[in-house]
Design a protein around this ligand. Structure first.
Ligand SMILES: C[S@@+](CC[C@H](N)C(=O)[O-])C[C@H]1O[C@@H](n2cnc3c(N)ncnc32)[C@H](O)[C@@H]1O
Length: 215
């Protein structure tokens, strides 16, 4: 089980190029995005980092609220689409960059204290546990205080859970090829160790919203 940057980038290049693959209203990933936006509550003074921003669905929603947004994604096609969408809406407060939040120095190279809200929607689960832990620790070190990290993603809630095909399909879980969900309890423990106060909500049998606040 390992994170394959080229595989993910190629997968999401294809995804970004085909509008029929984008989540529809009512789909679990769509609902996960709405729940994350609600928890993030973007407003004009915010500096928001959207990690795994895809074609900009949530970054642009934040930018429409007046926040300054940086979207980061591995997939060059996704970044191109997101930039085109920002331009067509005249949103000059949304910037998009190609990069991997799993690369040790990517988050480390962002100026400290420049973001107070971080969004990870359906992107963190592409990393195995140790990669997630490293990424969350780098984010917690970089953000300004107070800060909020919102994760809305695939996760496991119980080790006795039986995942049937419909549950997996609804959640868009590929059963292990590129998706590596972690136990919600483990992510909560790592975030608490980093100093966060946590709220968690179960959105679906294998999708959760974690809101981590750093005072
Ligand atoms: C399912 S899409 C979600 C996109 C967006 N967050 C949304 O909800 O519309 C997952 C995105 O995460 C990106 N991604 C996965 N791992 C990444 C990494 N290590 N660094 C940057 N982007 C990554 C993929 O390229 C893809 O665009």
């Amino acid at each position: 089980m390992s994170f394959d940057k080229r595989k993910i980038s190629a997968l999401f290049d294809r995804w970004a190029a085909d509008p029929s693959l984008q989540p529809d209203r009512g789909d679990v990933p769509f609902i996960a995005g709405l729940a994350a936006l609600d928890a993030l509550a973007p407003c004009p003074l915010d500096h928001i980092l959207d990690l795994g921003s895809g074609v900009g669905r949530l970054s642009l929603a934040c930018a429409r609220s007046g926040a300054q947004v940086l979207g980061v994604d591995l997939s060059p096609v996704s970044i191109r689409k997101a930039r085109e969408r920002a331009e067509s809406e005249g949103l000059d407060n949304a910037e998009f960059r190609t990069g991997s939040f799993a690369d040790g120095d990517f988050i480390g190279c962002l100026p400290d204290d420049s973001f107070d809200k971080v969004l990870l929607v359906y992107s963190l689960h592409h990393l195995p546990d140790n990669g997630k832990k490293r990424t969350l620790s780098a984010i917690a070190k970089m953000v300004k205080r107070p800060a909020r990290i919102v994760i809305s993603d695939l996760m496991f809630f119980s080790d006795s859970m039986v995942i049937d095909c419909k549950t997996a399909d609804d959640a868009c879980y590929d059963s292990g090829d590129t998706d590596f969900p972690t136990f919600a309890a483990d992510m909560i423990e790592w975030l608490r160790e980093l100093g966060a106060t946590i709220r968690i909500e179960r959105l679906h049998p294998m999708v959760g919203l974690i809101v981590a606040d750093f005072a």
